[in-house]
Design a protein around this ligand. Structure first.
Ligand code: GCO
Ligand code: MG
Length: 434
């Protein structure tokens, strides 16, 4: 039991790679001893900052750094209403920072605090996307030459907004601000009966998404990839919750022959009961979780083995403390982890992911956003990825730091619409889940 206490709780906002990141730094009464944690909710960063500075900071000052579990449980009920993304991210920043401090005090990496290593490194997957299947294949080939064996593949749906590709907004010029946002009015009824002409579609920032053209493009991509590379490479795909559920059931059955490593976000959380239909009809491996904030969403899906991979964004459920319990539940039911790890998980969040990846028996795969050097310089100790694996550096705590002086070089930029996630719409103008 150390008598080290929390002296200050600060939030650092930075965006070295044009993605807004939120880091919590806990400074202690021990000179020079501090911890860092990821609290990144990139669409609502300033609300997380307020949740930390206005509520958790006064609640935590002068508490012992030792009792992470007590800090988490008391913070969890300190807002009375709980399980929200903003409050969970705030708690995650504190939680991960306290695990970082505990590791530094113990002189060991967090995975050793959790019981040591189940593996030396964590296999990762990276993102290959493109305008055509050939372009996706070329990106895959480049990744495979670098030793990556698991690759997420996403291809444009010509003329439409497609999640995970650069062509997302080809169907509409992206207005600079709300006042530039112009609607060309609804599409003429006649075009409803055939492939839409992108020039006549609703002009709005996120572009137009239609399920069937997307599904045909995705299936064409998998056919092409398996034809070009065979079955020796693992491919993953993210539906991103955009298609009507019954089409998702059909898609899961249709892709079974392509032997995906997993099919992600086939349904939105609101429709996740449909996974029962998928389980009854096919063996396509299912991944879900980045949109979960609440145990009530998570527990049934693991308890009933309705998923194969837990895709939770760890800061969205409150940090390492809850994540390790969910991983343990998954282990008992043989559901594997695949923690969310895009560019809007900070390098500190990737380091936290890695601590669990190294310790957890039911590890599945780790998503990895390839950070540019600019970002790695802001976060010394950013987990290293080579030969398709993410490697721990063995340093105490999370093994990562933040260079605050450099972080200040990348303040948040002004963004139209407050930096909202794209408003993607159907051709009739109705909103599509993101
Ligand atoms: C993924 C995710 C991300 C999210 C993004 C939201 O599988 O990595 O779907 O791409 O869309 O993190 O901010
Ligand atoms: Mg996803």
């Amino acid at each position: 039991m150390s008598d080290t206490r929390i002296r200050d709780v600060r939030v650092i906002l930075t965006e070295p790679d044009n993605i807004r990141l939120v880091i919590v730094k806990i400074e202690t009464t021990e000179p020079g001893l501090y911890g860092v944690g990821c609290a990144t909710f990139t669409q609502r960063p300033s609300t997380v900052k307020a949740a930390v500075e206005d509520y958790l900071r006064p609640f935590l000052l002068d508490k012992s750094v030792d009792d992470i579990e007590d800090v988490w449980q008391s913070s969890y009920v300190s807002s009375y209403w709980r399980n929200s993304g903003v409050l969970n991210n705030a708690m995650s920043g504190v939680d991960q920072a306290l695990w970082d401090i505990k590791g530094k005090l113990a002189g060991m990496p967090v995975y050793d605090l959790l019981g040591g290593r189940a593996r030396e490194a964590a296999a990762v997957y990276v993102h290959a996307s493109g305008g055509t299947p050939e372009e996706v294949g070329d990106k895959m080939e480049a990744f495979m030459e670098k030793g990556f064996h698991h690759i997420r593949v996403q291809v444009d749906t010509p003329g439409y907004a497609t999640y995970g590709t650069r062509g997302a907004r080809k169907s509409a010029a992206r207005p600079k601000s709300r006042k530039d946002q112009v609607s060309q009015g609804p599409i003429p009824v006649t075009s409803w009966l055939r492939e839409y002409d992108p020039k006549t579609l609703y002009a709005h920032p996120g572009g137009v998404f239609e399920p069937k053209p997307y599904m045909r493009s995705a299936l064409g991509l998998f056919e092409y990839i398996r034809g070009r590379f065979g079955y020796g490479v693992e491919i993953l795909h993210d539906v991103h919750e955009r298609i009507p559920p019954i089409l998702g059931v059909w898609l899961a059955k249709e892709v079974e022959k392509y032997q995906l490593f997993f099919l992600e976000d086939l349904f939105p959380p609101e429709d996740q009961d449909y996974f029962r239909m998928v389980r009854e009809q096919c063996a396509t491996p299912i991944a879900m979780g980045e949109l979960w904030n609440n145990p009530h969403e998570i527990i049934p899906m693991i308890r009933e083995r309705l998923i194969d991979f837990i895709r939770i964004h760890i800061s969205q459920i409150g940090g390492i403390t809850p994540a390790r319990k969910i991983a343990a539940m998954g282990e008992l039911l043989n559901v594997r982890t695949a923690w969310h790890g895009p560019g809007d998980t900070s390098p500190v969040g990737h380091a936290a992911n890695l601590m669990l990846d190294i310790n957890t028996t039911n590890f599945g795969i780790q998503e990895y956003a390839i950070f540019p050097d600019r970002t790695k310089e802001v976060f010394p100790g950013c987990p290293e990825v080579r030969d398709g694996f993410m490697w721990p550096n063995g340093k105490p705590g999370l093994g990562i730091d933040i260079d605050e002086k450099l972080a200040r070089k990348y303040p948040f930029k002004e963004r139209a619409f407050g930096g909202a996630w794209d408003t993607v719409r159907r051709a009739d103008g109705s909103v599509v889940r993101p």
